[in-house]
Design a protein around this ligand. Structure first.
Ligand code: G3P
Ligand code: CA
Length: 266
């Protein structure tokens, strides 16, 4: 079987909280992971990047301005690339207020903190390696962190499902990660050309395109090569139903409670 285990809740299709349940809490924070649990997700998608001093952090944009107060805390820095700030600097930022004042003081989590919180909640992880071209060697850094957290590396349950899938829009990075962690399922974000699906199927486990461009024929073609399709980012209930009609194996959504309901009724 491919893809994350569906945890205690037996859903036919994976319900993946996008950047945590980011419709309800600031994206890629521990609060968003907590919200994913509360809203019934089986799996959480987060993005990982690397600080100037080599620490892995959970963050979506490659710059800090949109989802933190970096410009106020560090005025006049000119650019606000994640890669140009130390972990200590990034940890001094407020990553919650931009979303809602109720989340003031929410921090940018380290990858380790996110792993710990997911484990505490029994949630599976769909890990996106964000912009790996900016972070040479990040696949090895992730692999080393996971080696210190071996529970993420072993399949669980009678069916031997995995708790973790690693994905990226950068397919060369996904291959590097696969070569480092060959027993962990890996996903290709975006739409692999149909003529190349069989080649990628030699080693990849998922192809994860936008729901906007997805067709039932494409889903069938991926399934024919033994891979799963987990589509992003589906926030509208009608769009969720359309994706399910096309045969997808998972929905990545900011609203995992809505997805859960739609999956159950489908
Ligand atoms: O997991 C899919 C989705 O997260 C990809 O897009 O921009 O939200 O990282 P983005
Ligand atoms: Ca992502």
């Amino acid at each position: 079987p491919l893809g994350p285990a569906s945890g205690s809740a037996a859903l036919s299709v994976l319900d993946v909280a996008h950047r945590g349940a980011s419709g309800y809490a600031p994206e890629n924070t521990l609060a968003a992971i907590d919200a994913a649990k509360v809203r019934g997700a089986t799996t959480v998608e987060i993005d990982v990047q690397r600080t100037k001093d080599g620490e892995l952090v959970v963050f979506h944009d490659t710059t800090l301005e949109r989802t933190t107060d970096a410009e106020e805390v560090f005025p006049g820095r000119g650019s606000y690339d994640v890669a140009d700030f130390t972990l200590e600097e990034i940890r001094s930022l407020d990553a919650g207020s931009w979303f809602d004042p109720a989340f003031e003081g929410e921090k940018v989590p380290t990858f380790q903190e996110a792993l710990d919180r997911l484990r505490k909640h029994g949630l599976n992880l769909l890990l996106e390696v964000k912009a790996p071209v900016l972070y040479p060697g990040i696949e090895a850094d992730i692999s080393e962190t996971l080696a210190r957290n071996p529970a993420w590396l072993v399949p669980v349950g009678k069916r031997g499902k995995h708790r973790l899938v690693i994905q990226s829009f950068d397919w060369a990075s996904v291959k590097r990660s696969h070569d480092l962690l060959p027993t962990i399922p890996h996903g290709l974000l975006g739409q692999v050309p149909e003529s190349e699906i069989d080649d990628y199927g030699e080693w990849a486990d998922q192809i994860n395109p936008s729901h906007k461009t997805l067709t039932a024929d494409y889903v069938d073609a991926v399934h024919d090569e033994g891979m799963a399709v987990v589509t992003y980012t589906v926030n509208d209930a009608d769009d969720m139903r359309k994706a399910l009609d096309k045969g997808v194996d998972g929905l990545i959504t900011d609203y995992p409670d809505i997805a859960r309901q739609v999956i159950r009724e489908h």
